[in-house]
Design a protein around this ligand. Structure first.
Ligand SMILES: Cc1ncc(COP(=O)(O)O)c(C=O)c1O
Length: 463
């Protein structure tokens, strides 16, 4: 230990003498591989302690991603975390269960002919969106080539409130993003003025079922009708991909009559994140095409495992298979009624919280959680100049709650909102205490006699 003081604590973790063993190093290097190893108990304790400052997942109201599964799911997980999803020849049953998984989802999304639908599991919605976008692009290219036209300038139309995965898609695959900005009159992308954005180079339109910023559904039917009108006027037949990362596992249970899915013929493909409201641990997503014809054959790699013909369409090769089993477990365990009850419980909590927040005179609701159980609010105009929602977010963090504040997307980015994502596990009891904490912290901030200094730097995490 004598040289501890000469060594930078930035570079080493010092091992607590209580659990270091005789002869073991008392320092563990962070940035280079140590010469010698250590006992598993010691290494475990170091990693365990290093993560202590992470937030408490149950109090993290920023994430959409599941943070709890029951003991039977955990048992299945522990039995299967060695399975690689791509090894379909070694794990034919896991491959078969993946097939059951997307077929069940195709059915939930009202595919007109589920035997003709095609789907796959993915690592999450981001990969699923990339695959959906690639299929749109390839089909457009094929049609253009057949017509002897240029394929140089594909574009994709979406709201400015898309999740970053669509920006990535456009960036990585050289597609021009055409963002439809939001406005106070059109606070959600609703197909208004769509004709101004569409042209012969448009590969598709993305509609979001559960906007990440506010939890609201974009009206897929209305967007489809705007595209029907464009087709009548111009002959351009533009498909829709629905990014139902969250709503894909909410709408079938809570809003079964809402038309957003394969009941709309223009909807070619849909994705969801199983690790969000699918209730599975990260990372699993699904993407389904209404008909196999919509997924160009030249994007699919065929592997002759299982003595048959196994199509694969994925960005990664190896990927955990355990989550696919967890999803099937939940489908069996919960059934429609189980999912409905769980999603309804989350929605009840979201509506309770949004109502409570709307009753505080400091706030004005943006959305109330009646689409997905996610809602956002802003400071009521004229309420205060002394503090912002960023300050409230800081105060809540000091009480253990992670409730992010952020600017809205273009053209509403002068508006700051704060958002709560209600997930399974956020009980009414927790909601009541959160509401009390919010009201207490607002009362505290309202007492300030002058403005809080604004942060000049964002809070960082320290190595
Ligand atoms: C609408 C939407 N699309 C895509 C994603 C990306 O999902 P994933 O984290 O599963 O890649 C999110 C995540 O929040 C989302 O809200």
């Amino acid at each position: 230990m004598s040289n501890t003081h000469k060594i930078s604590h930035q570079d080493y973790v010092s091992v607590n003498p209580l659990f270091s063993r005789p002869g073991e190093s008392s320092l563990a290097s962070k940035f280079s591989l140590g010469e010698e190893g250590m006992l598993p108990e010691t290494a475990y304790q170091i990693v365990h302690d290093e993560t202590m400052l992470d937030g408490n997942a149950r109090l993290n109201l920023a994430t959409f991603v599941g943070t709890w599964m029951d003991p039977q799911a955990e048992k299945l997980y522990a039995e299967s975390f060695d399975k690689n999803m791509i090894d379909k020849d070694e794990y034919p049953q896991t491959a078969a269960i993946e097939h059951y998984g997307w077929r069940i989802i195709a059915d939930l999304w009202n595919a007109p002919n589920p035997e003709k639908a095609l789907g796959t599991s993915t690592i999450g919605s981001s990969e699923a969106c990339m695959l959906g976008g690639l299929a749109l692009k390839r089909r457009w290219q094929q049609a253009r080539r057949q017509a002897g036209k240029s394929t140089e300038k594909p574009n994709l139309i979406m709201s400015s409130s898309v999740q970053v995965c669509w920006e990535k898609f456009c960036n990585y695959w050289d597609v021009e993003p055409r963002y439809v900005p939001l406005s106070e009159e059109h606070r959600i992308f609703d197909g208004y003025n769509l004709a101004e954005y569409v042209d012969e180079n448009t590969i598709g339109v993305v509609a979001i079922l559960g906007v990440t910023y506010t939890g609201e559904y974009e009206p897929v039917l209305q967007i489809a009708q705007a595209l029907d009108k464009i087709q009548q006027d111009t002959g351009l037949d533009i498909p829709i991909h629905v990014d139902a990362a969250s709503g894909g596992m909410i709408a079938p249970f809570l809003q079964p009559d809402l038309l957003w899915d394969f009941r709309i013929p223009r909807v070619h493909s849909i994705n969801t994140s199983a690790h969000k409201y699918g209730l599975v641990y990260p990372g699993l997503g699904w993407v389904v095409w209404r008909d196999e014809e919509l997924l160009p054959e030249d994007l699919v790699f065929r592997v002759s495992y299982l003595g048959g013909d196994m199509p694969t369409f994925a960005l990664n090769f190896s990927r955990p298979g355990a989550q696919v089993l967890l999803q099937f477990y939940l489908f069996l365990r919960l059934g429609r009624e189980g999912y409905r009850a769980i999603q309804q419980a989350s929605q009840d909590v979201a509506l309770f919280l949004s109502k409570g927040i709307s009753q505080n005179p400091a706030f004005q609701l943006w959305s109330d959680g009646s689409d997905i159980p996610v809602f956002a609010w802003r400071l009521r105009e004229g309420h205060t100049k002394n503090w912002s929602l960023y300050d409230l977010s800081d105060r809540l963090r000091s009480r253990g709650w992670l409730v992010p504040a952020y600017p809205m997307p273009d053209n509403l980015n002068n508006i700051t909102v704060q958002r709560i994502v209600v997930r399974n596990g956020m009980s009414m009891d927790l909601a009541v205490s959160l509401l009390n904490v919010i009201n207490e912290e607002v009362a505290f901030l309202d007492q300030l006699s002058g403005p809080l200094p604004t942060r000049t730097t964002k809070p960082t995490f320290h190595h």
